[in-house]
Ligand binder design. Structure first.
Ligand SMILES: [Zn+2]
Length: 108
């Protein structure tokens, strides 16, 4: 396993290659200057529900550098995450349609 990773900035999407892991609190995006050790960069961060790691302290500001011990950097870009979210939504809609009671019984 390599101690360096490539990650995409949560804010601007810029790719940072060869970032040392574990990620430092003092790591900032070289393109937009935002802190990278933030909830928004963390894989436990959920745009709708906030932090999905129940043992973590609720974030005060998800966009500023934190001391969270559960921080795990998310390596994919926000755009990739949005695409995955959209795919999950459509999968959920199909699943709900599958279990929904039939609207019309007359065809049987
Ligand atoms: Zn950035």
């Amino acid at each position: 396993m390599s101690p360096v990773q490539t990650l995409s900035c949560w804010h601007c999407g810029a790719e940072h290659s060869a970032v040392s892991m574990p990620l430092s609190r003092h790591e900032f995006c070289r393109a937009c200057g935002e802190a990278l050790h933030t909830c928004r960069q963390c894989r436990f961060h959920d745009l709708r529900q906030g932090c999905s790691e129940s043992r973590a302290e609720p974030p005060t500001n998800p966009e500023s550098a934190n001391f969270c011990e559960w921080f795990t950097p998310r390596l994919e870009s926000t755009a990739a995450m949005d695409a995955r979210g959209a795919a999950a939504d459509s999968a959920r809609a199909r699943l709900e349609a599958l279990f929904a009671p039939p609207a019309d019984d007359s065809e049987r």
